[in-house]
Design a protein around this ligand. Structure first.
Ligand code: ATP
Length: 217
């Protein structure tokens, strides 16, 4: 039985906030693999059409090339249409029978969760890892009691590995293991202005790819 995480998002482009989260979660949650799961088109972010899935996939593949436990899933891109997380989770359960599945999201996604299709079902279907993000609150007043009961707040109750989980339910783990203040939309603005404020916000090889294909100019 493996412990497998999926980290959903647009990754337009992938940045060091995403990579930092992924690298920290693998040891903290004893994950065998963590897959980045780029969305064909984020259903709850209809305002902006993302960069082609081919480019977003390529940037993720480059960013994870030297990390054996970090992979990229094409599950949603392959569908060529909007997918809702509730549909994807059902497919992931079929793909990984008997494994322990975790779905990863940042604090902003968590605070927005009620806009997701069948959000309560999404939160109860697998384990979730909610990571804090600088500039975003991370509270749980917006979810139902049923969901709140499943929360294990590692900010106050220590290390996942020392937590003994007494029941068979899925849990929602909240962690502040990583703090990197960076966002894809700010990076796109910087890139279109021709200058990154901090070079290490984007992995160097990804930055070269962006320049080569003139992605955000
Ligand atoms: P945008 O600025 O356009 O909203 P983003 O930087 O949030 O983009 P996404 O691809 O939308 O990038 O993010 C995918 C997932 O990663 C989301 O769940 C988001 O909350 C999380 N995430 C993004 N950046 C960070 C960060 N710096 N720290 C923690 N989580 C993050």
């Amino acid at each position: 039985m493996s412990r497998i995480a999926y980290f959903g998002g647009t990754f337009d482009p992938v940045h060091s906030g995403h990579i930092g989260v992924a690298k920290a979660l693998v040891p903290a949650f004893e994950l065998d693999r963590l897959y980045f799961l780029p969305a064909f088109h984020a259903p709850h972010k209809p305002d902006r059409r993302p960069t082609s899935g081919y480019h977003r996939y390529a940037m993720l593949a480059i960013a994870t090339a030297d990390e054996p436990q970090l992979l990229v899933s094409t599950l949603e891109l392959d569908k060529r249409e909007k997918r809702y997380t509730i549909e994807t989770l059902a497919e992931l359960e079929q793909l990984h029978p008997g494994d322990t599945l975790f779905f990863v999201m940042g604090a902003d996604s968590w605070m927005d969760i009620r806009t997701w299709k069948n959000w309560e079902e999404v939160l109860l279907a697998v384990n979730h890892i909610v990571v804090s993000r600088p500039g975003f609150a991370l509270t749980s007043d917006h979810v139902t009691e049923r969901v709140r009961e499943r929360i294990i707040d590692l900010r106050t109750s220590g290390n996942i590995l020392t937590q003994s989980i007494a029941d068979d339910n899925h849990h929602i783990y909240i962690t502040d293991a990583v703090r990197h203040d960076v966002s894809a939309s700010e990076l796109r603005e910087d890139l279109s202005d021709g200058e990154l404020e901090r070079q290490d916000d984007i992995p160097a090889e990804v930055a070269k790819y962006i320049e080569k294909y003139e992605l955000y100019t």
